[in-house]
Design a protein around this ligand. Structure first.
Ligand code: ADP
Ligand code: GLC
Length: 431
């Protein structure tokens, strides 16, 4: 029988189980797309509190997965679920690692007061448990695909951790950079907790200005590096976008490829989307007007479909250029434009927009928090989507906007540059 290439995805976010942004969307969609091409794909992620709360169908798989750590053994319970695939292919198994000391919390990475202090230990544990799981299942992937700093230790473990099964260490490690701004930088003492050799504490290793850096480990020790757009692959090799790792990336330039993200048009399709007030299609946009009216009413904005509605759906972070929008809002209102902002993140931005929303209640609709259903409704009801990111590795929100007939207004950076074509009034071409 033909042997399929076996691929294990290791990720801190997997949609629909848990996500804070586009990482979850991608790791929720790419495995099924690969499975549809005949690869044997499995996914492993932590079992966060939120996964349990939302009652996904899961079956118990392993009662006690023993996970050796430098600071003592921990056990985990492992649950199995599946990614929702199109019916043509085998469903992709998802393994959820349950360890309540680390993951039974409201946030994925932190709470209102900041990042969880034990994040290094949480993700050391997760990486080790992912490897222990494949050994326990005797399912040895040919490729281990790791995503962002949370899983940056996996490529290092495959190379340097004593006692790992050879059938596992011969796997090729792919490390994908979704966002270089978040690197997992921790005090030097954390190296001891990783179980990796102390000699990695050097500039040519995981050391980073006196600390250790999980992202750097992924970059140095993976066999292949990818990032999520061709332009971002160029940008991160420069000091402006490299966040201190541009030199390391330049040294690994030959191993680095920029591959544009795809999105799941089964979930993001205005012709079938169950969240919408009405459904519509590129050839018949009548339903979009109904979506806009429903949205304007819901937010109590000036209920005139002729007034353009420009929206943002975003993490409220400096990356996204939200301050640029905040600065421009009053001028937009003066041009007779309405705005809706759905976002969560930095407290200072939340306060800034809240005070603007109080001053312009019929112009600015604001929802703070993460609301998936509402994000679909805003895409459908808006005329334009604002995304003036300072940097953008790929960006998915603009891709969804284009599918929903909302014009993306973006800065020419990273994946925004690679996906949005400027409008040329002469040829009338562009997105
Ligand atoms: P990033 O991953 O940098 O946040 P992307 O554009 O790649 O940016 O992906 C963002 C994803 O998160 C999209 O699916 C978007 O709809 C979603 N999202 C962001 N903020 C919110 C929010 N407040 N509520 C619901 N969905 C959100
Ligand atoms: C990151 C980036 C975003 C990208 C997403 C998925 O969160 O900020 O640009 O689309 O990862 O790769």
């Amino acid at each position: 029988m033909e042997e399929h290439l076996r691929i294990l995805f290791v990720s801190a976010e997997v949609s629909p189980f848990a996500r804070t942004g586009g990482l979850g969307d991608v790791v929720g969609a790419l495995p099924s797309a690969l499975a549809a091409q005949g690869y044997e794909v499995r996914v492993v992620m932590p079992l966060y509190q939120g996964v349990r709360d939302r009652a996904f169908v899961m079956t118990p798989l392993i009662e006690a997965l023993r996970t050796p750590l430098a600071f003592g053994e921990r056990t985990a319970r492992v649950w199995q679920s599946v990614l929702d695939t199109n019916n043509e292919t085998q469903p992709v198994p998802v393994y959820l690692i349950e360890q309540d000391d680390y993951f039974a919390r409201p946030g994925l990475y932190g709470d209102a007061s900041g990042d969880y202090a034990d994040n290094p230990v949480r993700f050391i544990f997760f990486c080790r448990a992912a490897l222990a799981l494949t050994e326990r299942l005797a399912w040895f992937p040919h490729v281990i695909h790791c995503h962002d700093w949370h899983t940056g230790l996996v490529p290092a473990y495959l190379r340097f951790l004593p006692g790992v099964d050879r059938r596992l260490t011969t796997a090729a490690a792919v490390f994908t950079i979704h966002n270089l701004a978040y690197q997992g930088i921790f005090p030097a003492a954390v190296l001891g907790q990783t179980g990796l050799p102390p000699r990695l504490f050097q500039p040519a290793g995981m050391e980073f200005y006196g600390n250790i850096n999980f992202m750097k480990a992924g970059i140095l020790y993976a066999d292949v590096l990818t990032t999520v757009s061709p332009t971002y692959a160029e940008e991160i090799c420069t000091p402006e976008f490299g966040y201190g790792l541009d030199g390391v990336l330049r040294a690994r330039r030959a191993a680095l490829t920029g591959i544009l993200n795809g999105v799941d048009y089964k979930i993001w399709d205005p012709a079938t989307d169950p969240a919408l007030a009405a459904r519509y299609h590129v050839d018949d946009l009548t339903g979009k007007t109904a979506c806009k009216t429903a949205l304007l009413r819901r937010f109590g904005l000036l209920d005139d479909p002729e007034i353009p509605l420009c929206s943002m759906i975003t993490r409220l972070a400096e990356q996204k250029g939200v301050d640029l929008v905040a600065n421009a809002l009053e001028r937009l209102f003066a041009l007779d434009v309405n705005c809706i902002i759905l976002g969560s993140g930095d407290r200072s931005y939340e306060e800034r927009f809240s005070s603007l929303a109080r001053r312009y209640p019929d112009r600015l609709g604001l929802r703070l928090g993460f609301n998936e259903t509402l994000s679909h409704q805003i895409q459908a009801g808006s005329d334009c989507l604002l995304m003036p990111s300072r940097f953008e590795p790929c960006g998915l929100t603009q891709l969804y906007a284009m599918r929903y007939g909302a014009i993306p207004i973006v800065r020419a950076t990273g994946g925004l540059r690679d996906t949005v074509a400027p409008f040329d009034p002469v040829t009338r071409q562009g997105t």
